[in-house]
Design a protein around this ligand. Sequence first.
Ligand code: HEC
Ligand code: HEC
Length: 155
Amino acid sequence: MKKLLTVIIATGMVALAASSVASKAADINTDNGGVESLRGYQQLSDINKSETMKRVQRDQLPIDREYVQQPPLIPHTIRGYQINLNANKCLSCHSFKYAGEMGATKISVTHFVSRNGTTLSDVSPRRYFCLQCHVTQADAKPLVENDFKPVDSLQ
Ligand code: HEC
Ligand code: HEC
């Protein structure tokens, strides 16, 4: 009986040790090592609070570009505008074909250039998903404080 008890206790201890090893291993995977990111000091295993949505103003004057290669901000709401395999709402106003009629800015010729530098006859796949680069205008504070100034030619 005594022997059986010892075996049970020993097994229990081994299991306990194994579980603490396992939890140490989990820490190694999720501990961010004290690195602070734009989300603050956050362990990878924690569920962090999501940012409040920025209010997109309805239609407004375009905010000037800050540098020459900046994708211009979108000065209008885009709620419900779909971009998928069959349709691209943005192009129904901004394509060369419809821009004049819709009074919208034409996409520039850079949007026809493929990744190997060939100019295609339609929008290049790498420019198809407009929101990869263009975002709606909102009154948002810079994520990181900075003293960036646009070049003279853009001021
Ligand atoms: C119903 C037509 C319409 C649709 C759809 C539309 N736009 Fe526009 N967009 C306009 C018009 C008109 C302007 C010009 C507004 C102005 O200059 O005040 C404009 C302006 C812009 C500009 C600013 C251009 C510049 O030179 O400053 C960007 C960027 C833009 N739109 C991107 C988009 C994207 C991305 C989508 C899809 C998510 C989209 N638009 C959908 C009509 C449209
Ligand atoms: C890979 C990034 C990227 C994607 C994707 C992209 N754009 Fe742009 N867009 C830019 C940049 C950068 C500029 C400014 C420089 C230039 O004209 O190439 C620009 C300029 C523009 C302009 C202003 C053109 C002018 O002559 O002032 C419009 C309008 C525009 N884009 C609309 C769109 C629409 C609509 C889509 C989706 C079909 C789209 N863009 C996809 C990066 C992108």
